[in-house]
Design a binder for this molecule. Structure first.
Ligand code: FMN
Ligand code: MN
Length: 467
């Protein structure tokens, strides 16, 4: 049975020992981020802060920060996560979600006069040099103005005053594309921010490599095995999940930019201050007793990295299987979010390089390493071995310009402001290499069969020899 809402998921985390409840009062500026950092570094549980100073509602933090908790959201064993995701979503008939009249997210209405984001949202400073409090874990629903198709993503919003925030949506994201279209047409863009929703909506929002026009909510429903009841926004032509905790309705103002940042992002560095779009909110609804969902951002491991890893592996595997490399065996994404290691049974010589080109064209793919199918991409020692033994650097290491990232790598060399992407083809040629020096499989099998006999002591000659 799928979870009905985020509260049922939190209850399930509590049952499985994956929840730390903190009843003591916590300072959202001086303490909350540091508590999250400590628990993440210890690979610890999700945290339910029941008493955040100056805020009326509980705050759930880092709910999906481990593969185990992501698996718990899908209700599958962790080792079956990628496979099960693929089974549920590939070729899935993405259904439209049913529209209902009302739902828990509509219990309380907050009009434009009453709206104060500084009360509705806790004023958390994740890292000490952040430019202010951010709403950093809202599920953002917008529509592509050209097609009318819905999009779901997560983009940070710097809280400015009672009803205005900044918005940082990378131009490489669908959310970024939609707001740029708004600028180009000089039209305001409707935006609904959902807070505290079903965990699979967060997970689905992070799958890379989707086409603009594939609705992440429909994908989440396929992952969940059950549709989401949706309700109409009160003031916008958008629909939102009826069982989320809060909905804030507003417009991205066209061609209006304000100073935004700095903000400690997932690369583990503060991003710079820049001119970014502005959102004006004018309406909100919520449950009577909402739970606010927050996530700490910074150096890995965090929830963002955990979702990026699991969904990257699933998404890239699906993409390669469908296009460039049907014989791909496995994909491993380390927690940095930009490295992709592919193990491949090559069917033609240039295929490893085609895999590199393909993954370079995704917005997060930065360093792509391709090894043969005899190498486990998760075994870093064997991946290094393959790079040393099967990669001829002058031909097999490829570098191009064009990484659009918020990391500081280009700042090392003044004047080089476009980040690079790198590919490493660490596969042996199909024409063959010298035979590998190891026992034949039959020999290993034979030893395996005799293992009991070989390891049962029959003689203690050495000891008897009087050592
Ligand atoms: C906690 C969190 C914060 C994020 N903040 C941003 C952000 O500020 N800007 C951005 O472009 N992407 C951000 N992302 C990544 C996007 O949500 C992600 O790339 C998503 O797939 C974008 O979907 P879209 O391509 O449909 O817009 C964030 C992700 C998480 C988990
Ligand atoms: Mn999208």
């Amino acid at each position: 049975m799928a979870y009905g809402d985020i509260r049922q998921y939190i209850a399930s985390l509590a049952r499985t020992g994956e929840l730390l409840e903190i009843d003591a009062e916590v300072d959202p500026i001086e303490e909350l981020g540091a508590i999250c950092r400590k628990v993440l570094d210890e690979d610890g549980p999700a945290i339910l802060f029941n008493n955040v100073q100056g805020y009326d509602y509980p705050v759930i933090a880092n709910m999906l920060a481990t593969p185990g908790r992501i698996a718990q959201a899908l209700e599958v064993p962790v080792e079956e996560l990628t496979e099960e995701y693929t089974r549920r979503t590939s070729g899935a008939d993405l259904q439209r979600q049913p529209l209902v009249d009302t739902g828990p997210c509509k219990e309380v209405t907050i009009t434009s006069d009453e709206l104060d984001l500084r009360q509705l949202v806790p004023q958390i400073l994740s890292n000490p040099e952040d430019g202010g409090a951010y709403l950093n874990y809202g599920l953002v629903i917008m529509k592509d103005p050209d097609t009318g198709l819905r999009n779901l993503g997560i983009y940070r919003m710097q809280i400015r005053d009672n009803n205005r925030t900044g918005l940082w949506s990378s131009p490489t994201s669908h959310g970024g594309t939609i707001r740029v279209k708004g600028d180009m047409a000089n039209r305001k863009t409707e935006i609904a921010v959902c807070i505290g929703a079903d965990p699979l909506l967060y997970v689905a929002s992070q799958i890379p490599g989707l086409d603009l026009g594939v609705d992440e909510i429909e994908l989440a429903a396929a992952m969940r095995g059950e549709s989401y009841e949706m309700v109409k926004c009160d003031t916008l032509d958008l629909e939102v999940p009826a069982h989320c905790q809060m909905v804030i309705e507003g417009y991205i103002l066209p061609n209006e930019k304000e100073e935004e940042g700095p903000y400690g992002e997932y690369p583990g560095y503060y991003g710079p201050v820049g001119q970014q779009p502005v959102i004006e909110f004018h309406h909100a609804t919520r449950r009577k007793d909402p739970v606010y969902a927050y996530t700490y951002l910074g150096l890995p491991p965090t929830e963002t990295h955990a979702m990026g890893q699991m969904m990257g592996e699933a998404g890239y595997l699906q993409r390669l299987r469908a296009q460039t490399a049907p014989t791909v065996k496995d994909v491993y994404c380390p927690l940095d979010m930009h490295t992709i290691i592919v193990s491949l049974k090559k069917t033609y010589e240039e295929q490893a390089k085609h895999v590199i080109y393909d993954l370079w064209s995704t917005r997060s793919g930065k360093t792509v390493i391709v090894v043969d199918d005899d190498i486990d991409p998760r075994n870093s020692e064997l991946v290094y071995w393959a790079i040393s033994r099967r990669c001829h650097a002058s031909r097999d290491v490829m570098i191009v310009d064009g990484m659009c990232t918020i990391g500081p790598s280009t700042m090392k060399y003044p004047g080089s402001d476009i980040a690079n992407k790198m590919g490493i083809d660490a596969t042996a040629p199909l024409s063959g290499y010298p035979a590998m020096s190891r026992p034949h499989p039959e020999m290993m099998e034979r030893v395996e069969k005799r293992w009991g006999e070989l390891t049962t002591p029959k003689t203690d000659k050495l000891r008897k020899a009087g050592r």
